[in-house]
Design a protein around this ligand. Structure first.
Ligand SMILES: NC(=O)c1ccc[n+]([C@@H]2O[C@H](COP(=O)([O-])OP(=O)(O)OC[C@H]3O[C@@H](n4cnc5c(N)ncnc54)[C@H](OP(=O)(O)O)[C@@H]3O)[C@@H](O)[C@H]2O)c1
Length: 328
Protein backbone atom coordinates (compact mmCIF):
# COMPACT_ATOMS: atom_id res chain seq x y z
CA UNK A 1 0.00 0.00 0.00
CA UNK A 2 1.44 3.39 -1.03
CA UNK A 3 1.47 5.91 1.81
CA UNK A 4 1.63 9.70 1.58
CA UNK A 5 2.50 11.81 4.60
CA UNK A 6 1.25 15.35 4.29
CA UNK A 7 3.41 17.45 6.62
CA UNK A 8 6.30 14.98 6.72
CA UNK A 9 8.96 17.45 7.86
CA UNK A 10 7.42 17.92 11.33
CA UNK A 11 7.76 15.79 14.45
CA UNK A 12 4.77 13.52 13.91
CA UNK A 13 5.61 13.23 10.19
CA UNK A 14 9.13 12.08 11.11
CA UNK A 15 7.78 9.46 13.50
CA UNK A 16 5.32 8.20 10.89
CA UNK A 17 8.22 7.63 8.46
CA UNK A 18 10.34 5.98 11.20
CA UNK A 19 7.62 3.56 12.30
CA UNK A 20 6.36 2.71 8.81
CA UNK A 21 9.86 1.51 7.84
CA UNK A 22 9.02 -1.77 9.60
CA UNK A 23 5.43 -2.13 8.35
CA UNK A 24 4.95 -5.34 6.37
CA UNK A 25 2.48 -4.02 3.78
CA UNK A 26 2.73 -0.21 3.77
CA UNK A 27 5.48 1.91 2.24
CA UNK A 28 5.88 5.68 2.40
CA UNK A 29 6.19 6.82 -1.21
CA UNK A 30 5.43 10.52 -0.75
CA UNK A 31 6.57 12.87 2.02
CA UNK A 32 5.39 16.45 1.64
CA UNK A 33 6.82 19.74 2.86
CA UNK A 34 6.22 23.10 1.25
CA UNK A 35 9.43 24.68 2.61
CA UNK A 36 11.76 21.71 2.00
CA UNK A 37 10.47 20.43 -1.37
CA UNK A 38 13.32 18.84 -3.32
CA UNK A 39 15.50 18.19 -0.26
CA UNK A 40 16.20 14.69 1.14
CA UNK A 41 14.19 13.88 4.27
CA UNK A 42 17.36 13.50 6.36
CA UNK A 43 17.91 17.29 6.29
CA UNK A 44 15.43 17.45 9.16
CA UNK A 45 15.28 13.75 10.10
CA UNK A 46 18.99 12.82 10.37
CA UNK A 47 18.11 9.66 12.33
CA UNK A 48 16.49 8.31 9.14
CA UNK A 49 19.62 8.65 6.95
CA UNK A 50 20.41 5.33 5.30
CA UNK A 51 16.86 4.02 5.84
CA UNK A 52 15.04 5.97 3.14
CA UNK A 53 15.93 7.72 -0.13
CA UNK A 54 12.78 9.86 -0.03
CA UNK A 55 12.95 13.56 -0.86
CA UNK A 56 10.32 16.02 0.27
CA UNK A 57 7.89 17.13 -2.41
CA UNK A 58 4.99 19.52 -2.66
CA UNK A 59 2.51 17.95 -5.10
CA UNK A 60 -1.05 19.04 -5.74
CA UNK A 61 -3.69 16.70 -4.35
CA UNK A 62 -4.55 15.61 -7.91
CA UNK A 63 -0.94 14.53 -8.52
CA UNK A 64 -0.68 12.30 -5.44
CA UNK A 65 -0.14 8.65 -6.42
CA UNK A 66 -0.99 7.04 -3.07
CA UNK A 67 -3.57 4.73 -1.49
CA UNK A 68 -3.52 6.12 2.05
CA UNK A 69 -2.72 9.57 3.50
CA UNK A 70 -1.70 10.68 6.97
CA UNK A 71 -2.39 14.37 7.60
CA UNK A 72 0.37 15.56 9.97
CA UNK A 73 -0.39 19.25 9.45
CA UNK A 74 -1.68 21.95 11.84
CA UNK A 75 -5.40 22.24 12.57
CA UNK A 76 -7.30 24.21 9.88
CA UNK A 77 -4.78 22.97 7.25
CA UNK A 78 -6.13 19.40 7.47
CA UNK A 79 -9.68 20.47 6.59
CA UNK A 80 -8.52 21.58 3.13
CA UNK A 81 -7.23 18.08 2.31
CA UNK A 82 -9.73 15.54 3.63
CA UNK A 83 -12.62 15.72 1.17
CA UNK A 84 -10.44 16.02 -1.99
CA UNK A 85 -8.39 13.00 -0.85
CA UNK A 86 -11.50 10.93 -0.08
CA UNK A 87 -12.99 11.91 -3.47
CA UNK A 88 -9.92 10.40 -5.12
CA UNK A 89 -10.45 7.13 -3.19
CA UNK A 90 -7.52 7.77 -0.85
CA UNK A 91 -8.13 6.69 2.75
CA UNK A 92 -7.18 9.21 5.44
CA UNK A 93 -6.13 9.43 9.08
CA UNK A 94 -6.02 13.04 10.27
CA UNK A 95 -3.66 13.72 13.19
CA UNK A 96 -4.90 17.29 13.66
CA UNK A 97 -7.84 18.45 15.76
CA UNK A 98 -10.05 19.29 12.77
CA UNK A 99 -12.41 16.29 12.94
CA UNK A 100 -12.24 15.16 16.59
CA UNK A 101 -15.13 17.27 17.87
CA UNK A 102 -18.63 18.10 16.61
CA UNK A 103 -18.49 21.16 14.33
CA UNK A 104 -20.03 23.62 16.82
CA UNK A 105 -17.73 22.50 19.63
CA UNK A 106 -14.68 22.67 17.33
CA UNK A 107 -15.54 26.22 16.24
CA UNK A 108 -16.07 27.39 19.83
CA UNK A 109 -12.93 25.75 21.22
CA UNK A 110 -10.55 26.55 18.35
CA UNK A 111 -12.07 29.95 17.56
CA UNK A 112 -12.16 29.37 13.78
CA UNK A 113 -14.91 28.36 11.35
CA UNK A 114 -14.79 24.80 10.06
CA UNK A 115 -14.82 25.11 6.28
CA UNK A 116 -15.48 21.45 5.37
CA UNK A 117 -16.92 19.41 8.24
CA UNK A 118 -17.43 15.64 7.92
CA UNK A 119 -18.57 13.45 10.80
CA UNK A 120 -16.09 10.63 11.26
CA UNK A 121 -15.07 7.97 13.82
CA UNK A 122 -12.74 8.96 16.67
CA UNK A 123 -9.79 6.58 16.48
CA UNK A 124 -9.01 5.39 19.98
CA UNK A 125 -8.91 1.68 19.08
CA UNK A 126 -8.91 0.25 22.62
CA UNK A 127 -12.32 1.84 23.25
CA UNK A 128 -13.90 2.61 19.87
CA UNK A 129 -12.27 0.03 17.59
CA UNK A 130 -15.42 -1.38 16.02
CA UNK A 131 -16.55 1.89 14.42
CA UNK A 132 -13.16 2.35 12.73
CA UNK A 133 -13.08 -1.04 11.03
CA UNK A 134 -13.36 -0.75 7.25
CA UNK A 135 -13.96 3.02 7.32
CA UNK A 136 -12.31 5.46 4.89
CA UNK A 137 -11.47 8.26 7.30
CA UNK A 138 -10.58 8.43 10.99
CA UNK A 139 -9.85 11.38 13.28
CA UNK A 140 -6.80 10.56 15.39
CA UNK A 141 -7.18 11.60 19.06
CA UNK A 142 -5.16 14.37 20.69
CA UNK A 143 -2.13 13.40 22.77
CA UNK A 144 -3.46 14.44 26.22
CA UNK A 145 -6.92 12.92 25.61
CA UNK A 146 -5.29 9.61 24.61
CA UNK A 147 -3.39 9.15 27.89
CA UNK A 148 -6.25 10.56 29.96
CA UNK A 149 -9.12 8.61 28.37
CA UNK A 150 -7.21 5.33 28.46
CA UNK A 151 -6.37 5.87 32.15
CA UNK A 152 -9.98 6.59 33.16
CA UNK A 153 -12.12 4.54 30.75
CA UNK A 154 -12.62 1.40 32.87
CA UNK A 155 -13.81 3.48 35.86
CA UNK A 156 -15.65 6.22 33.95
CA UNK A 157 -19.09 4.52 34.19
CA UNK A 158 -18.72 4.58 38.01
CA UNK A 159 -17.18 8.04 38.31
CA UNK A 160 -18.74 11.21 39.71
CA UNK A 161 -15.76 13.34 38.67
CA UNK A 162 -12.28 12.99 37.20
CA UNK A 163 -9.40 15.44 37.52
CA UNK A 164 -6.61 14.90 34.99
CA UNK A 165 -3.22 16.37 35.90
CA UNK A 166 -0.73 15.91 33.05
CA UNK A 167 2.96 16.52 32.52
CA UNK A 168 4.06 16.79 28.92
CA UNK A 169 7.34 16.90 27.02
CA UNK A 170 8.21 19.80 24.73
CA UNK A 171 7.78 18.01 21.37
CA UNK A 172 4.01 18.28 21.98
CA UNK A 173 4.28 21.82 20.63
CA UNK A 174 5.66 20.72 17.23
CA UNK A 175 8.98 21.80 15.69
CA UNK A 176 8.19 25.53 15.54
CA UNK A 177 10.25 27.26 18.29
CA UNK A 178 8.59 29.79 20.60
CA UNK A 179 9.26 31.67 23.85
CA UNK A 180 7.37 28.97 25.76
CA UNK A 181 9.60 26.19 24.41
CA UNK A 182 12.82 28.23 24.58
CA UNK A 183 15.41 26.17 26.52
CA UNK A 184 15.97 28.54 29.49
CA UNK A 185 12.21 28.63 30.08
CA UNK A 186 11.81 24.85 29.92
CA UNK A 187 15.10 23.40 31.17
CA UNK A 188 15.34 22.72 34.93
CA UNK A 189 11.78 23.95 35.31
CA UNK A 190 8.09 22.93 35.43
CA UNK A 191 5.46 25.25 33.90
CA UNK A 192 1.72 24.85 34.44
CA UNK A 193 -0.25 26.32 31.55
CA UNK A 194 -3.90 26.80 30.47
CA UNK A 195 -4.93 25.59 33.94
CA UNK A 196 -8.64 25.42 33.15
CA UNK A 197 -8.86 26.20 29.43
CA UNK A 198 -6.68 23.80 27.41
CA UNK A 199 -8.35 22.89 24.11
CA UNK A 200 -7.98 19.18 24.82
CA UNK A 201 -10.38 19.47 27.77
CA UNK A 202 -13.30 19.57 25.32
CA UNK A 203 -12.07 16.36 23.71
CA UNK A 204 -11.69 14.65 27.10
CA UNK A 205 -15.21 15.72 28.10
CA UNK A 206 -16.50 14.44 24.78
CA UNK A 207 -14.92 10.98 25.12
CA UNK A 208 -15.49 10.46 28.86
CA UNK A 209 -19.04 11.76 28.24
CA UNK A 210 -19.61 8.89 25.79
CA UNK A 211 -18.73 6.46 28.60
CA UNK A 212 -20.70 8.32 31.30
CA UNK A 213 -22.54 11.58 30.48
CA UNK A 214 -22.80 12.41 34.20
CA UNK A 215 -19.05 12.42 34.96
CA UNK A 216 -17.50 15.87 35.52
CA UNK A 217 -14.08 16.22 33.88
CA UNK A 218 -11.29 18.70 34.70
CA UNK A 219 -7.77 19.03 33.30
CA UNK A 220 -4.55 20.95 34.00
CA UNK A 221 -1.37 20.41 31.92
CA UNK A 222 2.25 21.12 32.88
CA UNK A 223 5.28 21.46 30.62
CA UNK A 224 8.30 19.49 31.89
CA UNK A 225 11.86 19.41 30.54
CA UNK A 226 11.73 16.19 28.51
CA UNK A 227 11.46 15.83 24.74
CA UNK A 228 8.82 13.11 24.56
CA UNK A 229 6.12 11.78 26.82
CA UNK A 230 2.95 12.52 28.72
CA UNK A 231 2.42 11.31 32.28
CA UNK A 232 -1.19 11.75 33.38
CA UNK A 233 -2.46 11.40 36.94
CA UNK A 234 -6.22 10.81 36.97
CA UNK A 235 -7.94 11.49 40.29
CA UNK A 236 -11.19 9.56 39.94
CA UNK A 237 -13.95 10.18 42.47
CA UNK A 238 -16.38 7.26 42.50
CA UNK A 239 -20.07 7.15 43.44
CA UNK A 240 -19.35 4.05 45.58
CA UNK A 241 -16.06 2.81 47.09
CA UNK A 242 -14.12 0.15 45.20
CA UNK A 243 -11.23 -1.82 46.75
CA UNK A 244 -7.80 -2.33 45.22
CA UNK A 245 -8.44 -5.91 44.10
CA UNK A 246 -11.71 -4.96 42.37
CA UNK A 247 -10.06 -2.03 40.60
CA UNK A 248 -7.20 -4.21 39.34
CA UNK A 249 -9.65 -6.90 38.26
CA UNK A 250 -11.67 -4.28 36.36
CA UNK A 251 -8.59 -2.91 34.51
CA UNK A 252 -7.40 -6.45 33.74
CA UNK A 253 -10.76 -7.37 32.19
CA UNK A 254 -11.26 -4.06 30.35
CA UNK A 255 -7.89 -4.18 28.59
CA UNK A 256 -7.58 -7.97 28.22
CA UNK A 257 -5.80 -8.81 24.96
CA UNK A 258 -4.96 -5.18 24.14
CA UNK A 259 -1.46 -5.26 22.62
CA UNK A 260 -0.51 -1.70 23.61
CA UNK A 261 -1.84 -1.47 27.16
CA UNK A 262 0.50 -2.63 29.90
CA UNK A 263 -0.57 -2.66 33.54
CA UNK A 264 2.66 -1.71 35.27
CA UNK A 265 4.33 1.23 37.02
CA UNK A 266 4.04 4.05 34.44
CA UNK A 267 7.29 5.90 33.74
CA UNK A 268 7.99 7.99 30.66
CA UNK A 269 11.29 6.33 29.80
CA UNK A 270 9.68 2.88 29.45
CA UNK A 271 7.28 4.06 26.73
CA UNK A 272 9.55 6.60 24.98
CA UNK A 273 9.57 5.92 21.22
CA UNK A 274 6.93 3.17 21.58
CA UNK A 275 3.18 2.79 21.06
CA UNK A 276 2.58 1.49 24.59
CA UNK A 277 0.40 3.07 27.22
CA UNK A 278 1.55 1.93 30.66
CA UNK A 279 -0.80 2.47 33.59
CA UNK A 280 -1.43 1.50 37.19
CA UNK A 281 -4.25 2.23 39.65
CA UNK A 282 -4.35 2.71 43.41
CA UNK A 283 -7.62 2.75 45.34
CA UNK A 284 -8.37 4.82 48.41
CA UNK A 285 -12.01 3.74 48.65
CA UNK A 286 -14.11 6.40 46.94
CA UNK A 287 -11.07 7.88 45.22
CA UNK A 288 -8.94 5.93 42.77
CA UNK A 289 -5.72 7.41 41.41
CA UNK A 290 -4.69 6.07 38.01
CA UNK A 291 -1.44 7.14 36.37
CA UNK A 292 -0.73 6.56 32.68
CA UNK A 293 2.37 7.13 30.55
CA UNK A 294 2.52 7.46 26.75
CA UNK A 295 4.90 8.89 24.17
CA UNK A 296 2.99 11.93 22.84
CA UNK A 297 4.45 11.45 19.35
CA UNK A 298 3.71 7.71 19.15
CA UNK A 299 0.64 6.48 21.09
CA UNK A 300 -0.37 10.17 21.29
CA UNK A 301 -0.03 10.73 17.53
CA UNK A 302 1.86 8.77 14.82
CA UNK A 303 1.80 5.28 16.38
CA UNK A 304 -1.90 5.51 17.10
CA UNK A 305 -2.45 6.81 13.55
CA UNK A 306 -0.75 3.68 12.18
CA UNK A 307 -2.76 1.53 14.61
CA UNK A 308 -5.88 3.18 13.15
CA UNK A 309 -4.71 2.51 9.59
CA UNK A 310 -4.22 -1.15 10.56
CA UNK A 311 -7.75 -1.29 12.00
CA UNK A 312 -9.27 0.48 8.97
CA UNK A 313 -7.51 -1.77 6.47
CA UNK A 314 -7.85 -5.07 8.34
CA UNK A 315 -4.10 -5.47 8.92
CA UNK A 316 -2.63 -6.92 12.11
CA UNK A 317 -3.06 -4.01 14.54
CA UNK A 318 0.54 -4.43 15.77
CA UNK A 319 2.14 -4.18 12.31
CA UNK A 320 4.89 -1.53 12.31
CA UNK A 321 4.40 -0.84 16.00
CA UNK A 322 6.05 -3.57 18.05
CA UNK A 323 9.08 -1.56 19.14
CA UNK A 324 9.94 -1.38 22.85
CA UNK A 325 10.62 1.91 24.63
CA UNK A 326 14.02 3.50 25.12
CA UNK A 327 14.74 3.15 28.83
CA UNK A 328 16.84 4.65 30.34
N1 LIG B 1 3.46 17.06 18.46
C1 LIG B 1 2.63 16.24 19.08
O1 LIG B 1 2.94 15.67 20.15
C2 LIG B 1 1.26 15.98 18.51
C3 LIG B 1 0.47 15.00 19.13
C4 LIG B 1 -0.82 14.74 18.62
C5 LIG B 1 -1.27 15.45 17.52
N2 LIG B 1 -0.48 16.39 16.96
C6 LIG B 1 -1.03 17.12 15.80
O2 LIG B 1 -0.40 16.62 14.63
C7 LIG B 1 -0.25 17.68 13.68
C8 LIG B 1 1.23 17.81 13.32
O3 LIG B 1 1.95 18.08 14.52
P1 LIG B 1 3.53 18.23 14.54
O4 LIG B 1 3.91 18.35 15.97
O5 LIG B 1 4.17 17.18 13.70
O6 LIG B 1 3.70 19.66 13.82
P2 LIG B 1 5.00 20.34 13.22
O7 LIG B 1 6.22 19.68 13.79
O8 LIG B 1 4.82 21.79 13.38
O9 LIG B 1 4.91 19.96 11.65
C9 LIG B 1 3.88 20.45 10.83
C10 LIG B 1 4.05 19.94 9.40
O10 LIG B 1 2.99 20.41 8.59
C11 LIG B 1 3.50 21.13 7.42
N3 LIG B 1 2.56 22.22 7.19
C12 LIG B 1 2.33 23.32 7.99
N4 LIG B 1 1.31 24.06 7.50
C13 LIG B 1 0.87 23.42 6.37
C14 LIG B 1 -0.15 23.67 5.43
N5 LIG B 1 -0.94 24.75 5.52
N6 LIG B 1 -0.31 22.80 4.38
C15 LIG B 1 0.49 21.71 4.26
N7 LIG B 1 1.49 21.40 5.14
C16 LIG B 1 1.66 22.24 6.18
C17 LIG B 1 4.91 21.54 7.84
O11 LIG B 1 5.82 21.63 6.75
P3 LIG B 1 5.86 22.83 5.68
O12 LIG B 1 5.50 24.08 6.47
O13 LIG B 1 7.24 22.84 5.13
O14 LIG B 1 4.85 22.47 4.63
C18 LIG B 1 5.33 20.37 8.72
O15 LIG B 1 5.81 19.30 7.90
C19 LIG B 1 -0.83 18.95 14.33
O16 LIG B 1 -2.15 19.13 13.94
C20 LIG B 1 -0.75 18.62 15.82
O17 LIG B 1 -1.71 19.31 16.60
C21 LIG B 1 0.77 16.66 17.41
Amino acid sequence: MKIGIIGASGYTGGDLIRLLLSHSCAEVTCATSRKLAGKPIDVVHPHLKGFSDLCFENPSIDDLDIDFAFLAVPHTAAMTYVRPLLKRGIKVVDLSADYRLPQDVFERVYGVPHTDYIETPYGLPEIFREVCKGTEFVANPGCFPTGATLAAAPLAPLARSIIFDSKTGVSGAGDNPSAVTHYPNVGDNVNPYKWTSHRHLAEMRQQIGRLNPKTEVYFTPHLVPVNRGILTTAHILLEEPLGQEDVEDLYGRYYKGEPFIRYQMPVLAAVRGSNFCDMKAESEGNRVVVVSAIDNLVKGASGQAIQNMNVMCGFDERDGLMVPGLLP
